[in-house]
Design a protein around this ligand. Structure first.
Ligand code: GTP
Ligand code: MG
Ligand code: ZN
Length: 309
């Protein structure tokens, strides 16, 4: 039988079969030995399994299908990087941000977008809590991201505005939810999945205590597809981003780098820099340029990995 992993919970793996049944699975030692350099099995993995107890719906995983994409982090300090897979096969990252309460900090939003870009998974933005500002004001504040090319949805998890359009976007694929604490991620998932009742207004605990979700959990959407609540991206630092790759993670800067005189231009002080020329002409938003400079500084100071020999 075949299915998708909804979550990994200590030794147990919850799998949703193609027939729509939930099975509690275990992995055999043979499979464990074969996958040492990456997480054995993660939410989002496609698996094959063999029923052990049809009544209790217990099964044994016999194969893990190849991953199309991963949301992962490399463990800091590891001599040889080991991939820590937070979620397998994500199609999109949804960055949730509040229009108010807390007051928007666009630098924080940029940090999330850069982290999302560095994972090479397409991302889009959801501005929540528009009941507090009105949609027009929110559009004004975040329109610069639409100009860059990010899809932006304006919603209220509390009152339901904009949620239908968002629901449509989420259809038939795996979406990861990211964003700072208090943005309303859990509220939004609750709105998309009535009856789920994720805890709201409570900090999601990461890796403390035995019974908190350590990795991602997938929730099947009524319209097809899955949404994943994850502690991963929120705590994803920028420590594994090298300064010279940062411009790849700003789409509007990335588009200009081929025109810089030097192919390895960092756009800080090299002559003939097409990016700084665009900044001077006002073609790159000043706020985004400030974020680039600040993140460049941070990335330059971050501890480096020991590269594999
Ligand atoms: N006015 C308003 N408040 C909201 C909305 N969505 C969420 N809130 C409130 O914002 C606070 C935080 O919401 P959560 O859903 O817990 O936020 P979260 O992003 O899941 O936060 P963490 O789990 O800590 O990462 C709660 O007090 C919610 O009631 C909204 O659309 N409008
Ligand atoms: Mg939450
Ligand atoms: Zn340049």
């Amino acid at each position: 039988m075949q299915g998708i992993v909804l979550r990994v919970y200590s030794d147990f793996i919850d799998v949703l079969s193609e027939e729509g049944e939930r099975w509690r699975c275990k992995v055999t030692g043979r499979l464990k030995r074969r996958r040492r350099r990456t997480t054995l099995v993660a939410a989002g993995d496609g698996v094959q399994f063999r029923p052990v107890d049809e009544v209790k719906r217990e099964a044994q995983i016999t194969a893990i299908l190849p991953r199309k994409s991963v949301l992962s982090r490399r463990r800091p300090g590891a001599f040889t990087p080991v991939e820590d897979v937070i979620l397998a096969n994500p199609d999109e990252i949804m960055v949730v941000f509040a229009a108010a309460e807390p007051e928007p900090n666009l630098f924080l939003l940029d940090r999330f977008l850069v982290a999302a870009e560095s994972s090479e998974i397409p991302s889009f933005i959801v501005i929540n809590k528009i009941d507090l500002t009105g949609e027009a004001r929110a559009r004004e504040a975040f329109g610069l991201y639409e100009a860059i090319g990010y899809p932006v949805y304006y919603v209220s998890a509390k009152e339901g505005a904009g949620v239908d359009a968002l629901r449509n976007h989420l259809r038939d694929h795996i979406t990861v939810v990211a964003g700072p604490s208090g943005a309303g991620k859990s509220s939004l998932i609750n709105r998309l999945l009535p009856g789920l009742n994720l805890k709201v207004g409570e900090l999601m605990r990461i890796g403390k205590g035995k019974h908190t979700t350590r990795w991602a959990q997938l929730y099947p959407l009524p319209t097809g597809g899955f949404i994943a609540d994850t502690p991963g991206l929120r705590e994803l630092g920028l420590w594994d981003i090298r300064p010279n790759e940062l411009s790849d993670y700003f789409p509007e800067i990335r588009a200009l780098t081929p025109q810089c005189r030097f192919s390895d231009c960092t756009h800080i002080n090299e002559p003939g820099c097409a990016v700084r020329e665009a900044v001077a002409r006002g073609e790159i938003h000043p706020h985004r340029w400030q974020s680039y400079l600040q993140l460049f500084e941070e990335a330059s100071q971050a501890p480096k990995y020991v590269e594999e020999p």
